[in-house]
Design a protein around this ligand. Sequence first.
Ligand SMILES: Nc1nc2c(ncn2[C@@H]2O[C@H](COP(=O)(O)OP(=O)(O)OP(=O)(O)O)[C@@H](O)[C@H]2O)c(=O)[nH]1
Ligand SMILES: [Mg+2]
Length: 289
Amino acid sequence: MAQDINWFPGHMRKALNETKENLKLVDLVFETCDARIPFSSRNPELDAIIGDKPRIVLLNKADLADPVKTERWIAYFKEQGVYSVALEANRKKGIDKLISLSNTICADMLNKAREKGREGKTIKVMVVGVPNTGKSTLINALCGKKAAVTGNKPGVTRQPKWIRTSAGLDLMDMPGVLWPKIATKRSQLVLTATGAVKAEVTDSTEVAYGAINLLCSLYPDLMSERYKVEIFEGQDEYDRFLEMAKKRGCIMSGGRIDEERFSNLMLDDLRSGRIGRITLEAADKPVED
Ligand SMILES: Nc1nc2c(ncn2[C@@H]2O[C@H](COP(=O)(O)OP(=O)(O)OP(=O)(O)O)[C@@H](O)[C@H]2O)c(=O)[nH]1
Ligand SMILES: [Mg+2]
């Protein structure tokens, strides 16, 4: 991965500080991650800030992830004593489960408020996570209207914002945050490939090349089907990349392969689920390089 990517621009430091300050105002934290990369899309700095505050890890974009692996991740979080829910925020799937789990976790607090005569007490929730994991989409799903701005790129939400829902939750939408030193090249690759890092600061050919090699080892059948090439052990990776680009018609005048155009097409395929349902990190060995 290119050395000069700034994973932690100034506005993210500001958002992280605001997370720390606002945490005292909330009862519960929803931490969104990308179900395709539940290990790499959890921010260790956010994790430290959240500390012991009750939280639910949301495996969002579950529609794009491998369902069997998502089940294993849910079991893994359970073993760790962490609440988690698989979500498809854009289709409102998993929302009812999330509301009922939030009520269960906050039952004591709600009962105490009721005893004191505060009937309408809401659960105050802060929604945090790395960029582009669907925080604002989730908030819109919970309140049934477009109260938060969403977008198919990271860095859409810039300011914390309170949004009231009819489900008994008050939600604070937070800007997505990364952290300064993303430990492994593999984490850097999967975060950029899935779209948590601004496309403008990455080299699309480098990201697509890495993503293709990873996907060919994890999901050879899906890749072979999508890009109409044979995938076999000992294959030259660069030759395979060029062949895929050629099959996709990414050829310039004079016959040269248009690597950049193919890379952008491939990343678009990956980000929008056209390759198939894929999960790039397994719960039984979450740390790999
Ligand atoms: N396939 C799929 N896409 C989703 C899902 N949830 C959100 N998205 C899409 O993901 C993109 C990012 O959604 P946002 O809600 O803006 O993400 P965010 O976490 O608020 O992003 P920042 O504000 O940049 O941190 C949008 O294009 C959404 O439509 C989901 O469950 N499945
Ligand atoms: Mg947002």
